[in-house]
Design a protein around this ligand. Structure first.
Ligand code: AMP
Length: 130
């Protein structure tokens, strides 16, 4: 069965899209640790990050780097944290999180955003994506 993220890529489930190319897709996490919390996924559905080939892994990191740069330009923060977990959704995803303190990486304190805030954030980050 297709993962929830494959359904997002296929447009069957809505997302706050930031950017995509032929192989990767980036969108806002719906339950963010902080404003701008973004997920970067390969379009090819794979469960675990280290099951990707070395080439796919490096390409995923290259795409994530470009997203992180756009986040740095858009969201005032101390730095961009990066994490890979995958216990909830078995489709490789890199969490990129604008952080100011260690707790922002702990997936406990969640930021509540309105639909309009999500839309504005995605649009602003996308505008800084190169
Ligand atoms: P994990 O698999 O533990 O790395 O976490 C999965 C992440 O995906 C969580 O941070 C969720 O908030 C996020 N998530 C789950 N469903 C969606 C969705 N439909 N749109 C955006 N983010 C999602």
């Amino acid at each position: 069965m297709a993962s929830i993220f494959t359904k997002i890529i296929n447009g069957e489930i809505p997302s706050y899209k930031i950017a995509e190319d032929t192989k990767f897709y980036a969108f806002l996490d719906i339950n963010p640790n902080a404003k701008g919390h973004t997920l970067v996924i390969p379009k090819k559905e794979e469960n675990k990050i280290f099951d990707l080939s070395k080439e796919e892994y490096i390409e995923l990191m290259n795409f994530s780097y470009r997203i992180a740069k756009a986040l740095e330009k858009t969201i005032p923060c101390e730095r961009i944290g990066m994490s890979v977990i995958g216990l909830e959704v078995p489709h490789v995803h890199v969490h990129l999180i604008p952080i100011n303190k260690m707790a922002d990486m702990q997936f406990v304190n969640k930021e509540k955003l309105t639909n309009e805030e999500f839309l504005n954030l995605a649009e602003n980050i996308a505008g800084n994506f190169e």
